[in-house]
Design a binder for this molecule. Structure first.
Ligand code: ADP
Ligand code: MG
Length: 314
């Protein structure tokens, strides 16, 4: 393509909220064979919602939720934020012992005044969070977190988590003082356009793949909903780039679509990195295409623009 054609294509992209970082990026777009999607925040809305809170010990429900929220209070993760939000709502509005006046009064109290002090907070990527409350260790996260921390998961708890996962939810386990005390169910719905976009890619001869740090059962259930057959789950943040490289082995051109800090190594490893929406600066930096509208349809728009520019319309 001539420099003029590249300029025109870049302009068409910009008008559609697709920022194309140069002629090479534009040229690679038409050769894409695989599009690897991150799950959370890319295929899904990334607005996780707590659906279930199950306590397995003799602990008040409100106290359980306050404990979990206190542990997640410093978390940047969408799951952590969803948990704090749910507990806050329960604390201020769903407590039947409160009169409306008392509820109003509590709402006006300091934003985090209802939480316990948590010390030595650490976020463990791909696993969850750990902290100490009143000298007791609190862990909130997945099985891997529990297993690595020496916490036993009793069969009735495991069964409960499996049920959540089979309905496309993520089960978050909670341990207090090294005992498993409860589980939260978190749902994260697909973006409205996800199914149509996956279908569209297949029609264009492009193979969709899903990669996630989430567990296999939830991942399979979500992949089934969205129509993706090729899934890689329980991938640690650093492992996403390896997944990209495995698809590149036979010389295929691979695109990665992602949003988070965790995704930037994979965006960089891909032949075509596509950062979605108001993603993090570091993801935008690592990308070849930035899809400003956070709409997955723009993955197709991007490939279309490239194909048309290089007269490769199938
Ligand atoms: P994804 O690849 O889907 O964006 P992540 O790698 O960010 O997922 O997280 C993988 C898994 O680690 C989550 O599904 C969850 O089980 C666990 N996890 C991560 N952060 C947290 C947190 N703050 N609280 C609870 N669980 C967490
Ligand atoms: Mg993500």
């Amino acid at each position: 393509a001539t420099p003029t054609a590249v300029m025109v294509a870049t302009g068409v992209g910009a008008n559609n909220g697709v920022l194309i970082k140069g002629g090479d990026a534009l040229e690679r777009g038409q050769k894409i064979k695989y599009v690897v999607f991150d799950k959370t925040g890319t295929l899904t809305q990334g607005k996780a919602t707590v659906t279930t809170a199950k306590v397995f010990v003799r602990m008040d429900r409100g106290e359980f939720l306050t404990l979990v929220a206190s542990a997640e209070a410093s978390s940047e993760h969408p799951l952590g934020k969803a948990i704090v939000e749910y507990a806050r709502h329960f604390h201020f509005f769903d407590d039947p012992s409160l009169t409306q006046n008392a509820a109003n009064h509590k709402t006006e109290s300091t934003v985090s005044g209802w939480l316990h002090d948590a010390s030595n907070f650490s976020a463990l990527p791909g696993r969850g969070v750990q902290c100490f409350i009143d000298g007791k260790r609190v862990l909130v996260g997945n099985r891997k977190l529990m297993t690595e921390s020496g916490i036993t998961i009793p069969p009735h708890v495991e069964n409960f988590v499996v049920e959540l996962e089979e309905s496309a939810e993520t089960g978050i386990l909670v341990a207090y003082d090294d005992n498993l005390i409860g589980v939260l169910g978190v749902a994260d719905p697909l973006k409205r356009e996800a199914v149509v976009v996956v279908e569209g890619l297949v029609k264009m001869g492009v193979r969709p793949v899903m990669v996630t740090g989430d567990n296999w059962r939830t991942a399979r259930a979500v992949a089934k909903e969205v129509g993706i057959q090729d899934v890689r789950a329980e991938v640690m943040p650093a492992g996403k780039a390896d997944v990209i490289r495995s698809f590149q082995k036979d010389g295929s051109v691979v695109a990665m679509v992602g949003d988070g800090i965790n995704d930037s190594p994979a965006l960089a490893a891909a032949d075509v990195g596509m950062a979605i929406g108001a993603g993090t600066d570091i993801a935008i930096e690592a990308a070849d295409y930035v899809l400003m509208r956070s709409n997955l349809e723009d993955v197709i728009t991007a490939i279309d623009i490239s194909r048309k520019t290089f007269h490769r319309i199938r």
